[in-house]
Structure formats: C-alpha cells, structure tokens
Design a protein around this ligand. Sequence first.
Ligand SMILES: [Zn+2]
Length: 395
Amino acid sequence: MGDYNQLLVLDLVRRDPGISRVELSQRTGLTAQTVSNICRRLVDAGLIEEAGRKEADTGARRTVFQVVAGGQYSVGLHIDPARTTLVLMNLAGEVEDRTSIPTPTTDGPEDALAAIVDAVGALVRRAGVPLPRVSGVGVSAPGPVQADAVVGPPNLRGWGVVRLREELERRLGLPVVLEKDTIAAATGELWAGGGTLSDFAFIYLGTGIGAGIVLDGEVKRGSSDNLGEIGHLSGDADGPRCTCGGRGCVAITSAPVHLVAAAVDAGTLPPVDLDDFLGVERALGRLCALADAGDERAEEIVGRSARAIARVAGNLANILDLDTVVLGGPNWPALAPTYLRIVPPITASLLTVGEVHGVGVRGTTLGEDGGAIGAACLVMSSVASARSDHLLLPR
Ligand SMILES: [Zn+2]
C-alpha cells in the first residue's frame, strides 16, 4: 500500500469526499508536488478517482477526489459464543454483504477456526471480490485478549490461549487484526457517528456483558487492551449471589442465560439447554417477544435486567462524565423495546451532574452487526489511516 503519506492522503479522501489537492496539501502539510504525485499513484492503483471540479474561494476551479468504493475491501468478523457474524466492507465504509454462522460449540477452537475460514472464503467469493482487493480481516472476539491472542474466554469452552491473529493469518493468507469485542463495537459506533459522538459508553449485550469507552473522541483500551469488564458491577442490590461474593452483578442479572433460566423456572418458556448458547439466544428472543406482547412475567424478567443495566450505565456516566450511553451487541434487537423504555429515565435520574448536562441513552445505529462492522473499521484503519478512531462511516 505504500508509504505513510500515501495512507494519510487516502484516509483524508475517504473521510472527506470531494477534497481537492490544495486542501489535501493544507491538511497534511505535504507540498503540492508531493500531494500531486500521491494522488496520481492512488488513481493508478484504483483507490481514488476524480470527482469533478469545484470552485475555490479564489475563483479557481479545482479537481476534487473521492475513493473508489470497490478499490479495496476489508472483512469484519465478530465471534460471539452464540454466533459468528461477518461483514464485507468497501473502501467507502459501506457494508456490501454480511452473513452469520452458529459458532461451533465443540471443545477447543479447531472447529470454530475451520468454520471461520470457510465463511470468510464464501463471503468474498459470493461478492465476486478478487482476493488481492481484500486488505485484511478484523476479528472482534470475547476477552480477555493478550498480544494478539484470546486468553481463556469464559464462554468459549476449552479455548485456553488461542493465538487467533497468527492462526487466522496462516489459514486465510491475509493480514488479521484482533480486538476485544467491546472495543471493536465502540469503534464501529464512533465511526458511524460521523463526528457526532465524543464521550460515550457502548454497553455490549451478548452472551457476555461488557462496555467499550470512548473519551474525547478516542476509543480507550486500557493498560492491556482489555478495558470494559463491567460484569461485576452490581445493578440489583436484591439480585442473585455472584461467584465474586457480591449480589446482582450484571454479568449474572443481565446475561441471556440467566434471563432464560428465570423464564423457564417461571414457566414462561419451555425447558432450554442452557449450555447451548445459540439455543439460549433464540429463547431470549422468544422471551423478549412475550414481554413486548404484554406477558407480565416476561416483562418482569426482561425489565429487571434492564433496570440493572440502567444503574450500571448511570454509574459509568457519572464516573466518566459521559453525555451518551449506546446500547448494542448481538442481543440488542431483541432487548431494545423493553430496554429503551426502562433504561433512559433510570440512567438519567442517577446523573449527579444533571444540572450541568444530561445523558442520552440510545440503541446502536449498527444493529446486531456492530461488532463485525467495528472489526472491519479496524482493518481499514490499519491499512488506510494514521488514526482509526477519527475515521467516519457514511451516514
Ligand atoms: Zn460478581
């Protein structure tokens, strides 16, 4: 892909379609001649194209550029213990295709890795994209992560330490970047926000519960890239006892397996195999549908989990002085109706600085694919940007 300056120019053209050479020169500090040479190389490589002319303040008419959407692609992959989701994103940041497969639940990672390799190949082939146009694969995986490996994720049985980046690079023959799921999801949301989001928490509602944090427009990663483990924050003082000794930790109160087990106990759902994550996810969907239809016991179970999340969200907003909380993750579409009714007022009522500013609570704009889209953004950023957090998806 060439040198840093070339990446910088490509990044700017992508963020700001219709930018001219003069503006590129001003924004990068590169000389007009260097910018001209870079633009020519990028045009020759099929990554950017001329997009007409516009009149400058001086009256001069200048050629402007935009990216060639199909000039480059990245694959985003989100591994949740229940489902693995894949998206194919073009250089303009548009998702051209998506698919999802059940995450194999056999002991250890081997079946999952094989299924992922097959699914990536199928997605790229189906879209008719030549492999050289795929710049890489971004992987969003449950934490903890360490140095490009996942380290014994609690809901992936028998995984232990898996060098996911290395393994997938070898099998796919493509560059791979790995990020924890909550951080990838927050990255996707930040990009999609198009500069409207600056200080927010992304609360990830999947098989596990976590948070991604963005402060001052920058995705935070913490000392070991594992920021956002909110599972042991209590949101329900009368909730069930947790393994940590506390009560009402959201890792329990708001985990799908807990909601489904409670619904089965209450006779609201028929018995479900609680070790089958995909089965639990589907049962959660049925439970939420019952709640939306006015079933009182279902409403109570889903509502109680929402109140716990709302309290934790309020505390995060207080600690970090956030103005926005975004709710998302694989189970968001099912949970949204109940959560959007219950969470915003409780979270807002907890805000200590409510006299100074409020806190907006809303659902993700990226649907259930947010983790995969965020992972694809991370690839784009590593090949086409100096600083991923500041790139923007089309709106
Ligand atoms: Zn706990």
